[in-house]
Design a binder for this molecule. Structure first.
Ligand SMILES: *Cc1c(COP(=O)(O)O)cnc(C)c1O
Length: 360
C-alpha cells in the first residue's frame, strides 16, 4: 500500500490514524457486531456517537451556551438557500463577495429577497479580500454574509467585518477547525466537512439560539428549517450517520493533537514553508495578495500554461496528487489541510525546486 500526498481541495486528505481506526471498526463497532453503516440512527450506540461528536466539537471550538450544533446534509450549497430562508425576516441581507462561493451564495439569496453586494473583489479575479473597515451595512439587514476562506482563490479574511448588531454569517468550509475561532463573533457558522473535517455528505451548522426562528420564509421546507433540526437534534430524518461517525473520530484526533491552537501553529508552519518558497522562486508565484493568504489553499502559477501542465503531470511521479489548480485561476493549487503532514509540503517544495532547476 502506498499513500500519496493528496493536495485535493475536497474531498480531501483525512488523518491516516482516523482511517485506520475506521477500518478496524468496520465490521464490528464497539462490540455491537455491526458496522456504523448498518446501525439504526435511533440506536443507543449511534446516539452516543452523535452526542460525543457534538461535545467534542463544542470543546474544540469552545462553543458557548446559546449556540446549537447541527449535523445536516445537502452540503454547504444547501446552506446558500437555508440561510436566507431561515434568516431573511426583513428580506434584506448584505453579502461580501470575495470569490466563487460567496458569489454563488449571493446569487442564491437573491431568489428569496433583497440580497445586496456591499463589497466585491471580482475586479481583480478575487485575488484579495475586500477591505472591511468602513463598510456600510444596510440598517435593516437580517445578516451580513461572508465566505471566510476562499477555497478556489486561496484567500482568508485577515479580520472580520464589524457588523454591530447585525448577525454575521460565515461559510468556513475550507478552514473549519484549522485554527481557533471566537464563535460569539458570529450569528451562524457553517461548513461542508469534506474540505478539512470528514467525508462528503455532512455539513455542520453552528447557529445562535435567537436565529433558530419559527417565522422563516413561508415556503421553507420543514427539513431545511433550523427549528426542525434543533428540535430533532439533527435526527429529523436519517442523518449522514457514517459521515458523522468519521467527523467524531477526527474531533478526537484533533484533541489528541493539542486542539485548534496547536493546529493553527502547525498550519502556519506548513503554509510558511510553501509561501516562503513561492516568494523567493523565480519560476513560481502565488496568486493571492500576501496579506490575505489562506493557510489552507495555496494557488500558484508559473505564468506559462504548458509548464503548469507539465508540473502537474510530473508531480504524480513524486507522489504528489491533485495539485492542478481550479480552472478559474489556472496553474496549481495545494490544499494543505489539517491532515496534510509537514513532510507532504516539504516533498512538494523539494519537487518545485527540482522542477525550477530543470525548467527556469
Ligand atoms: C466546497 C465549498 C462549498 C460547496 O460545498 P458543497 O458541500 O459541495 O456544497 C461551499 N463553500 C466553500 C467555501 C467551499 O469550499
Amino acid at each position: 500500500m502506498a499513500r500519496v500526498y493528496n493536495f485535493s481541495a475536497g474531498p480531501a486528505v483525512l488523518p491516516e490514524e482516523v482511517l485506520r481506526q475506521a477500518a478496524s471498526e468496520m465490521l464490528d463497532y464497539d462490540g455491537t457486531g455491526m458496522s456504523v453503516m448498518e446501525m439504526s440512527h435511533r440506536s443507543k450506540p449511534f446516539a452516543s456517537i452523535i452526542e460525543t461528536a457534538e461535545q467534542d466539537l463544542r470543546d474544540l471550538m469552545q462553543i458557548p451556551d446559546g449556540y446549537q450544533v447541527l449535523f445536516l446534509q445537502g452540503g454547504a450549497t444547501q446552506q446558500f438557500a437555508a440561510v436566507p430562508m431561515n434568516l431573511m425576516q426583513n428580506k434584506v441581507a448584505d453579502y461580501i463577495v470575495s470569490g466563487s462561493w460567496s458569489k454563488k451564495a449571493f446569487k442564491e439569496a437573491k431568489l428569496y429577497g433583497d440580497a445586496r453586494c456591499v463589497a466585491s473583489s471580482e475586479d481583480e479575479n478575487f485575488s484579495y479580500v475586500p477591505a472591511v473597515d468602513g463598510l456600510q451595512f444596510s440598517p435593516d439587514a437580517d445578516y451580513v454574509y461572508i465566505c471566510q476562506n476562499e477555497t478556489i482563490y486561496g484567500t482568508r479574511y485577515p479580520k472580520l467585518p464589524d457588523t454591530g448588531d447585525i448577525p454575521l454569517v460565515s461559510d468556513v468550509s475550507s478552514m473549519f477547525l484549522s485554527e481557533p475561532m471566537n464563535v460569539s463573533d458570529y450569528g451562524l457558522i457553517y461548513g461542508g466537512v469534506q474540505k478539512n473535517v470528514g467525508p462528503a455528505g455532512v455539513v455542520i451548522v453552528i447557529v445562535r439560539d435567537d436565529l433558530v426562528r419559527e417565522d422563516v420564509l413561508p415556503f421553507t421546507p420543514s427539513i431545511m428549517r433550523y427549528s426542525t433540526q434543533v428540535a430533532a437534534k439533527s435526527l429529523s430524518n436519517t442523518p449522514p450517520a457514517y459521515g458523522i461517525y468519521i467527523c467524531g473520530l477526527v474531533f478526537k484526533w484533533l484533541k489528541a493533537q493539542g486542539g485548534l491552537a496547536a493546529m493553527k501553529q502547525r498550519n502556519e508552519e506548513k503554509a510558511a514553508i510553501l509561501y516562503d518558497h513561492l516568494d523567493q522562486s523565480e519560476l513560481f508565484r502565488g496568486t493571492a495578495r500576501k496579506e490575505d493568504r489562506s493557510l489552507m489553499n495555496v494557488p500558484f502559477v508559473t505564468g506559462n500554461d504548458e509548464l503548469d501542465a507539465l508540473f502537474v503531470a510530473e508531480a504524480k511521479s513524486h507522489g504528489i496528487e491533485s495539485i492542478k489548480g481550479h480552472r478559474s485561476v489556472g496553474g496549481m493549487r495545494a490544499s494543505i489541510y489539517n491532515a496534510m503532514p509537514k513532510e507532504g509540503v516539504e516533498a512538494l517544495v523539494a519537487f518545485m525546486k527540482e522542477f525550477e532547476h530543470d525548467h527556469a
